[in-house]
Ligand binder design. Structure first.
Ligand code: SF4
Length: 356
């Protein structure tokens, strides 16, 4: 092992919290297999060989957005030939009654009133009461306030009443104000994102958190992002999973090439080691590919997300992964990594353990 990692390994064994400097060291060392072994140790201490996944569907009701984040290939303006708005019939057609979770995110639409979003949640819940609805990033909840003057407290209460069960983790991308100015001017910032998750957790709405990496951010900014999430989790305990999202170069070309598999694995492993109070670190196969996702199960990941259905956001940026996976394929990927597949619901309740 790289000798500079030994003090970190001693902290890991003693279950002591890692510092910002420790986190940066995990990224800078050339001994990334050792980082992976440490993260696997932590993951195994929490969950043994179990790896979770969910039968889910991603639903992106519209790609029309008033913002123009520079990393985004998904958003379109009204009138663009590729802009779309789903009808309620199309939305319902995306929900499969066999699935446990529907994950809903979309553009900041200029004209759809808040009631439209409320109606989407209510209608899905009415037709499929057993499907758990995970909907709208903190950035969208903030937009409902800015555009329609519906406060986060009110929008979350109304959405919860309509059937919302949890929230996805996107929208903040990277907490750094430097990156925010460069990539997502006009979108809700780190403070607002954190406040909205705080409000949601206080209302009993669990959520996830993400990090968009592999573009202009530094290692220090990645670790600062994780530490800020760790502090928020200390206060509320409301986060279920952390999901590193690999930037897709697509047509936006913020950097010449996609992050490497080693960079993906280091980010997952560092997250498992730094985020000591997060139940799960998710390996998002849509962005890193099935093979890297399978290897990541030895680098601290305890969750493979799910079957997804028709994913549009990463695929608008030319993600090479398939649009969705069958349950058998997810089970196979987990088994190939010598782990035990555990089907879960949106809140990580165990649905089925795939013992041989
Ligand atoms: S990332 Fe979200 S808010 Fe930004 S342009 Fe794309 S759809 Fe709009």
């Amino acid at each position: 092992m790289d000798r500079t990692l030994i003090p970190i390994w001693e902290k890991v064994l003693a279950e002591e919290r890692l510092s910002l400097e420790d986190g940066i060291r995990l990224f800078e060392t050339r001994d990334f297999p050792a980082v992976g072994r440490m993260a696997d140790h932590v993951k195994s201490r929490r969950d043994g060989d179990r790896v979770f996944f969910v039968l889910n569907r991603h639903l992106n009701p519209t790609n029309i957005c008033v913002l123009s984040c520079t990393f985004c290939d998904f958003a379109m303006k009204k009138g663009d030939p590729d802009a779309y708005e789903m009808s309620m019939e199309e939305i319902l057609g995306h929900v499969d009654p066999e699935t446990r979770e529907v994950h809903i995110v979309g553009g900041h639409h200029p004209d759809w009133p808040f009631e439209k979003y409320e109606e989407i949640v209510r209608t899905i819940h009415h037709h499929y009461p057993d499907v758990q609805i995970k909907a709208f990033t903190a950035a969208e909840i903030d937009y409902f306030h800015r555009r329609w003057k519906v406060t986060p407290e009110e929008s979350l209460a109304r959405l919860k009443e309509a059937g919302l069960r949890s929230m996805p983790g996107g929208g903040a991308e990277v907490f750094s104000s430097r990156v925010h100015k460069l990539l997502l001017p006009g979108k809700s910032d780190a403070n607002r994102w954190s406040d909205i998750h705080h409000i949601a957790h206080n209302m009993g709405i669990r959520s996830n958190a993400t990090l968009l990496y592999g573009h202009v951010e530094t290692y220090e900014e990645r670790v600062e992002h994780m530490i800020r999430l760790r502090e928020l989790q200390d206060e509320t305990g409301g986060f279920l999973a952390f999901i590193p999202l690999e930037y897709q170069v697509g047509d936006t070309h913020l950097v010449p090439r996609q992050a490497s598999a080693i960079e993906d694995l280091k980010t997952i492993a560092a997250a498992r080691l730094v985020l000591d109070n997060f139940p799960h670190i998710k390996s998002y196969w849509v962005m890193i590919g099935e093979e890297t996702a399978s290897v990541s199960l030895h680098f601290g990941a305890s969750d493979m997300d799910g079957t997804i259905g028709k994913e549009r956001i990463a695929h608008a940026a030319k993600a090479a992964s398939p649009a969705g996976l069958a349950r058998n394929r997810v089970v196979q990927l987990i088994r190939e990594a010598q782990k035990i597949p555990v089907e879960r619901d949106a809140l990580y309740n165990v649905v089925h353990v795939y013992e041989n």
